[in-house]
Design a binder for this molecule. Sequence first.
Ligand SMILES: *Cc1c(COP(=O)(O)O)cnc(C)c1O
Length: 426
Amino acid sequence: MSHARSEEAFQSAQVLMPGGVNSPARACRSVGAEPVFIASAQGPILTDLDGAEYIDYVGAFGPMILGHGHPGVLAAVEEQLQLGMTYGAPTTGETELAQAIVDATPGIERLRLVNSGTEATMSALRVARGFTGREKVIKMAGCYHGHADFLLVKAGSGALTLGSPDSAGVTAGTAQDTLVAPHNDLAAVESLFSSHPGEIAAVILEPVVGNMGVVPPVDGYLQGLRELTAKHGALLVFDEVMTGFRVDRASAQGRYGVTPDLTCLGKVIGGGLPVGAYGGRGDVMAAVAPEGGVYQAGTNSGNPLSVAAGLATLRVLASEPIHERLEVLGARLQRGLESAIADAGRVGCVQRVGSMITLFFTEGPVRCLDDIPSSAVEQFGVFWRAMREHGVYLPPSQYEAWFISAAHDEEIIDKTVEIARRALAS
Ligand SMILES: *Cc1c(COP(=O)(O)O)cnc(C)c1O
């Protein structure tokens, strides 16, 4: 398949934008490839500029849980479009979306809508600091929480594959308030609390990590963090920007039965348009201006188009057995990949929670960043290129989750496994 048009488009883009992209992972450098440019998407299929079709497991890095072009979501956006794009004044849609989120999410009593996951985590931790009067936060190595300065310390996702987990431009002063523990290691968090008594405002993590590839919490980890934070007067913040409404209708906190003080959302709740949200305990959220002294604002916060797309998406998730279906499809893909690995005599493990799945080229289990050897990253690049060449579009890094949508079906999953068989054998 020729990529001539994509190659030409990439040349022009590289002149104008660093790496030719507006978000680094899209440049495909960590898998040793150049990006294809996408012309359109429908259901589970992406079509590139040269007319090639791909089964999509990127899902726009998480939002597209219903697949591309869901008729209900399109209709909601089209209807809002006729009424105006944005007003800078409140709308009832915002209240409806807030209600839908509160109804589904155990840890959210009140919330704020923002424009991205980055804004959600940045704002949630500002609130945690304002509420507790403390300055330090604990994060886990390999968890990604967007690109706010103080969270770009040992961050996951695209920040990992740049080879510089700590971004240039982040000051030492900012970074010193971020304490880092290895993931899935309760004792490490406990010792940070002991060595910084009364200083830690919050612990933030991805309850199911997607940004080092899919890494579930080990037994008792989330519960242990809940108890530790409560004991030390710190807030527990779940970054569910990826897992929110993805791994369960009640998000990871519902799936694992552990309720955080604050929750960050994004991706799925925008139905494909830009959005984020943070919320939690009523007493904590009362710290936000104009009720309290923690400032946070946004020209496009609660944008009517994003709200319409998000609300339409959440209504489908609330009324149809989508998560049950995704569990079945996820299990089928997992079994298929595991048998393909075994039959090819390769070393690999498949980790999955619901419709988030990663094939790691290591024996596993992968519980933290150090469990992923550099050989896995190299093998993943070879595998990724073969998959794309044969029509399967995976997230372009070993450190990413693949996403299954409700528009995928058994036939598409089986076709994916067949292509993976060939890629693994070669
Ligand atoms: C994607 C993501 C973010 C950042 O969201 P943006 O909308 O890209 O700013 C934060 N946290 C997690 C867990 C994410 O997956």
